[in-house]
Design a protein around this ligand. Structure first.
Ligand SMILES: Nc1nc2c(c(=O)[nH]1)N[C@H]1C(S)=C(S)[C@@H](COP(=O)(O)OP(=O)(O)OC[C@H]3O[C@@H](n4cnc5c(N)ncnc54)[C@H](O)[C@@H]3O)O[C@H]1N2
Ligand code: MOO
Length: 635
């Protein structure tokens, strides 16, 4: 058996970063280049820069009007106007024109009365009024920008005004990026089982650029010791830093750490961070070489914690700081004492508090980063946080955007994605975020003031009525409204062509079923139908197997993980499955009255009444919407 690296030594994050930066400081040399000022945005100055010219370069008129000799205007008043003669007493000037002796003041055009002898003025002009003296803005020789200053658009303007056209700046650090792995294919190749589409290096490339560096991405290297070694050795001589992706942990073909031990010094292998544990921090020929884990979230978090500080050091910039807010976490988070954990969260403002809803925690869940508004850290010494406890969240988005987001928690339907897509188009700056925990879970979130709206479809088995009795029971009257949503058909999702010939719920015993979680409206309906038909849950193979959304059920049926599951028509269509209707149901929104008048909540309810929305529901198929957006207040 090939050798495994079983002895990752997991150092606390801060200690690992400090060790590494300390090892790099004596060897990393900062490089400089002189470039045109016009191309210098976001670059960092090497030295202080001094003005070559003054601005203005001469005494200049600040207004359109006439330049006058101020002492000839002294007598002018409302009752005794003075008439000035052109060429003798004044000349016509425009804003920016030079003012030469004997002229020493400017009178604005609107304060002049034209007469046949010249112009009449009714007030005296003070010496130097409306004249911008030489160097009023910039004096030749004065310092415009200090050293180590990041150049902004206004700086470019002022540098040019002061006669500076070229400037010496810190050279952008150049990073070489190597994806590794025999199973890695390029995005344009056709995947086979076992193939992994290469994407991490493209994410790194853009992260390097965003941090002010230059990136050179190389094609994937197969798992071969010599190839990895030769590529790294060559890159180290040509680039300022090298990033190697994957092959960093304990697999039999994880060669990176061995290669780096041969080529240079491995300062750290393994950091107490999750995701992101198998990071390698090495120095080869005085250049930083960083091995990042293959899983995308691990790779991203490793990059933020270890590559960004090195780029900042080489680029002489400060690390960008995200805004931090205190939010209350919407569910219990248990974490190990073995590492510091980064939990991606969706953040919204409900009432006067920020709420953070944790997203999928797996290292492979790249979508958790796409969906995240920020992340919270569970420190290494902490075992986790309880639901409702405050956490510090570092925001990836603007706080204002987060505050203008409709927070929806409850049952899932594809129409939520349609509304989320329409919202920022109709109302720039407003967003919809939805988390799917089932109908009852949504109502509980409303009770805890963690969401604005809860989409629900809960059948009252006694009355056959949907939704109203549940919210009446939970919230009491006068506190909550029901906004009518859509009617939709629940049914059984089966593979295309219905190979098992399933006609209804009565045929499910004997099939492999995938259920929904407790508290989901679909589960309530399924249980109700089973009871009506006299089928015991134990007769359903897979009753205990729970998926969290309609799409997750459809994916399980589509991928041959199950024969049948219950869900909505649009999910069946999206996954190209057959659909056996079971019955209609009402999917509505519960909203506490206190949120009804918020602009973003009103905007969301308006979307439910729009023709464009109905058009998109028709495309999804299976929806009715006669009463969508209607408010039922007397519950
Ligand atoms: N026995 C152990 N197994 C693993 C350990 C461990 O300590 N003991 N650590 C786990 C952890 S934690 C992580 S994180 C991963 C890291 O694995 P590697 O860095 O060695 O990466 P690979 O195994 O080569 O790939 C893993 C996974 O990453 C994705 N990947 C890889 N490269 C790319 C790319 N260029 N673009 C997109 N995605 C990529 C892919 O899904 C791979 O399957 O190891 C655990 N195992
Ligand atoms: O470091 Mo791994 O990313 O924990 O999954």
């Amino acid at each position: 058996m090939a050798k495994r690296n079983l002895y990752l030594d997991t150092k606390p994050v801060e200690e690992a970063a400090e060790l590494y930066l300390n090892a790099l400081r004596p060897v990393v040399t900062i490089q400089y280049e002189t470039i045109p000022v016009t191309e210098s945005l976001n670059r960092v100055t090497r030295h202080a820069t001094y003005a070559k010219y003054s601005s203005p370069l001469f005494n200049a008129s600040a207004m359109d009007g006439i330049a006058v000799i101020s002492e000839r205007t002294v007598a002018a008043t409302e009752v005794a106007p003075v008439t000035l003669k052109e060429k003798e007493d004044y000349i016509v000037v425009d804003t920016g024109d030079p003012i030469h002796p004997p002229y020493d003041a400017v009178i604005m055009a609107e304060d002049l009365v034209e007469t046949k002898d010249g112009v009449q003025i009714t007030a005296s002009a003070a010496p130097w009024q409306h004249v911008r003296p030489i160097g009023e803005d910039i004096v030749a020789g004065e310092m415009i920008l200090p050293s180590r200053h990041k150049i902004r658009p206004i700086d470019v303007g002022v540098l040019l005004s002061a006669g500076i056209t070229r400037i010496e700046v810190v050279k952008r650090p150049r990073a070489a990026i190597f994806p590794t792995g025999t199973e890695i294919i390029e995005p344009e190749d056709t995947p086979r089982e076992g193939s992994i589409i290469e994407s991490n290096s493209r994410m790194f490339e853009n992260m390097v650029i965003e941090a002010g560096g230059e990136a050179r991405r190389f094609p994937p290297i197969i798992d071969d010791y010599e190839q990895i070694r030769d590529n790294i050795a060559k890159a180290v001589s040509e680039y300022d830093m090298v990033i190697v992706n994957a092959g960093s942990s304990a697999g039999t073909e994880d060669y990176t750490v061995h290669v780096l031990r041969e080529l240079g010094e491995v300062i750290v292998h393994g950091v107490a961070i999750k995701p992101g544990k198998p990071v390698i921090l090495a120095v080869v020929e005085g250049k930083p070489v960083i091995g990042l884990p293959g899983y995308p979230v691990s790779a991203y978090i490793g990059f933020e914690n270890f590559v960004l500080p090195v780029l900042a050091m080489m680029g002489q910039t400060a690390l960008k700081k995200n805004e931090v807010v205190t939010a209350s976490v919407s569910k219990r988070l248990v974490s190990s004492l073995r590492h510091k954990e980064y939990v991606r969260v969706k953040v919204g403002k409900v009432g006067d508090k920020m709420v953070a809803a944790p997203l999928a925690r797996g290292a492979g869940a790249a979508m958790s980063l796409v969906r995240a508004d920020g992340f919270c850290v569970i420190e290494q010494h902490s075992e986790g946080v309880e639901a409702g406890e405050p956490v510090q969240v570092e925001l990836y988005r603007d706080k204002a955007e987060v505050e203008n987001t409709v927070v929806i928690i409850g049952s899932h339907d594809l129409i939520l994605d349609v509304a989320a897509d329409m919202m920022p188009n109709l109302h720039p700056g407003m967003f919809v975020s939805s988390t799917h925990v089932g109908s009852m879970g949504g109502l509980m979130a409303l009770k805890r003031k963690e969401a604005h709206l809860a989409p629900i479809h809960l059948l009252d088995e006694e009355t056959g009525e949907y939704n109203l009795s549940y919210i009446r029971r939970l919230f009491g009257s006068g506190k909550i409204a029901l906004i009518k949503g859509v009617g939709r058909t629940q049914g059984i999702l089966v593979k295309k062509g219905n190979p098992l010939g399933i006609k209804g719920i009565e045929d499910l015993p004997g099939c492999r079923y995938v259920n929904r979680q407790r508290g989901a409206g679909t589960r309530v309906l399924f249980d109700y139908k089973l009871k009506q038909l006299g089928i015991a849950p134990e007769q359903i193979n897979g009753y205990e197997r729970e998926a969290a959304t309609h799409m997750a059920v459809a994916a399980a049926v589509g991928s041959d993980g199950a024969d049948a599951g219950m869900g909505i028509l649009s999910a069946a269509k999206a996954m190209d499955l057959d659909f056996i209707p079971v019955g209609p149901e009402e999917y509505d929104f519960a909203v506490p009255l206190e949120y009804l008048e918020l602009p973003h909540i009103k905007a969301f309810i308006e979307i439910l009444k729009m023709d464009e929305f109905y058009k998109r529901l028709d495309e999804l198929g299976g929806y009715t919407y006669e009463r969508a957006g209607e408010r039922i207040l007397n519950i």
